[in-house]
Ligand binder design. Structure first.
Ligand code: MG
Length: 204
C-alpha cells in the first residue's frame, strides 16, 4: 500500500507557511513504513531538532481505480480517519530552499501515525463539514474542518488517480489546517474527529 499526502490544502495553513495557495493539489507520498506498528511507541527521530505535527483527515481507499472521475470518486472510499503527518521542519526548510525532494523531512519511518479506528462515511452527516482537532498536553493547538479544504476529497481522488493507480488500502492524508507546531519528548498528543477521541500517544 502507499500513503498519498496533500500539501497546502487549507488556505490558512498555506499562509502560515508563507507558501502560495496552490491552483492544483500538491501531492507527495510516504511509504508503508511511515505507519507505526500496533502498540509500538512513537520516538522523536534523531535527525531533527524541529519536529512538527500536522493533523489531517485520512481517507482509506476501498476499491482499485485509475483515472477516476470526480463524480464517481465517492465510490472509492467508505471510511474516514485521522492521522499526523509528522514533518522534520528544519530539514524540510533546508530541502525547500535547495529545491530538493521532501522525503527526508516527511517520509521517514513512523512519520504517519494514524488512528486505528476509522469512521464509516455512511455515519457522517456531511463529508464537507467534518470538524477535527488536535490537543497537545490537553490544550487545543489545531482546529480544522473539511469545509475549508481548497480541494475536496472527491477532487483529490480524481487528481491523484490521473497519475497514480489507487489500490485498496491506500491512504490519503488530505492536508493540515493552520496551527502546526513543534513537539518535544514527553509531550502528549490527542486527535479528535468531532467529539470522538480517535488517536492518542506520547512522544518518547
Ligand atoms: Mg501535511
Amino acid at each position: 500500500m502507499k500513503i498519498i499526502c496533500i500539501g497546502r490544502n487549507y488556505i490558512d495553513h498555506a499562509k502560515e507557511m508563507n507558501s502560495p495557495v496552490p491552483t492544483s493539489p500538491v501531492i507527495f507520498m510516504k511509504p508503508e513504513t511511515a505507519l507505526i506498528p500496533k502498540n509500538h511507541p512513537f520516538h522523536y527521530p534523531l535527525f531533527t531538532k524541529d519536529l512538527h505535527y500536522e493533523t489531517e483527515l485520512v481517507v482509506r481507499i476501498n476499491k482499485n481505480g485509475k483515472h477516476i472521475e470526480e463524480r464517481f470518486a465517492h465510490k472509492y472510499y467508505s471510511e474516514i480517519g485521522i492521522g499526523i503527518d509528522f514533518t522534520a521542519r528544519d530539514i524540510q526548510s533546508d530541502l525547500k530552499e535547495k529545491g530538493l525532494p521532501w522525503e527526508k523531512a516527511k517520509a521517514w519511518d513512523h512519520s504517519a501515525p494514524i488512528a486505528e479506528k476509522f469512521i464509516k462515511v455512511k455515519d457522517i452527516e456531511d463529508l464537507n463539514n467534518i470538524s477535527f482537532t488536535l490537543l497537545k498536553n490537553g490544550e487545543k493547538v489545531q482546529e480544522g474542518n473539511s469545509k475549508d479544504m481548497i480541494f475536496s476529497i472527491d477532487h483529490l481522488i480524481a487528481e491523484i488517480s490521473k497519475y497514480f493507480m489507487l489500490k485498496i488500502g491506500d491512504l490519503i492524508f488530505t492536508g493540515t489546517p493552520a496551527g502546526v507546531g513543534s513537539v518535544k519528548i514527553g509531550d502528549h498528543l490527542e486527535a479528535y474527529i468531532e467529539d470522538l477521541s480517535m488517536l492518542q500517544f506520547k512522544i518518547n
